[in-house]
Ligand binder design. Structure first.
Ligand code: HEM
Length: 154
């Protein structure tokens, strides 16, 4: 017969697995947006201010940011913090490194929010080359974060 304590433990493990699935789903949505948004900025740089194309990009950027990137980031954070807290993973070295990189990713998120507002107000001054290069920052951070959390090298 399974003890009450054993049942509680099995429930906690199941809960952990479900929250981890939610975390990974939210990460996918957040990253999809973080990788696509700077691409839109690259194309937007080519569109003349006031043109129909430029106005369409504004709507695409705004919707992607508000409807996908923002809520996905919130869910990623909440689920990730739950995982770290419930399994006491905040004591591990890999988690500290991952946390620092996730803070950087969140900083990039904040910067993209400013870019969306700048494009919306037709006051973007950054070049297409800048966005092309900056496009690689969330990619590099994502690769490092996934390696840290899966390989757990330290
Ligand atoms: C926002 C803050 C975040 C926190 C606090 C956090 C925390 C965690 C924790 C504690 C785990 C469980 C690890 C395990 O069970 O071994 C986890 C799993 C995972 N995280 Fe995060 N995470 C965050 C953001 C991210 C981001 C931005 C990415 C990717 C770019 C990511 C990718 C993953 C993946 C792929 C897993 C599953 C790993 C596995 O089961 O092997 N996380 N996260």
């Amino acid at each position: 017969m399974v003890s009450v304590e054993g049942q509680g433990q099995a429930r906690a493990i199941a809960m952990y697995e479900w929250i981890k699935a939610l975390h990974v789903i939210a990460v996918i949505a957040w990253m999809a947006g973080m990788l696509y948004l700077p691409r839109l900025f690259v194309y937007h740089c080519d569109a003349e201010v006031g043109s129909r194309q430029s106005e369409t990009f504004k709507v695409m950027e705004w919707r992607l940011f508000k409807a996908i990137i923002n809520p996905a980031m919130v869910v990623t954070w909440l689920a990730g913090l739950y995982l770290a807290w419930s399994a006491h993973l905040y004591v591990s070295g890999w988690f500290h490194a991952k946390f620092a990189l996730v803070l950087l990713m969140s900083g990039v998120h904040g910067f993209f929010s400013r870019c969306v507002k700048d494009f919306a107000a037709d006051r973007n001054t950054r070049s297409q080359k800048f966005y092309r290069i900056f496009n690689e920052v969330p990619t590099a951070l994502m690769i490092l974060i996934v390696v840290l959390v899966v390989v757990k090298p330290f």
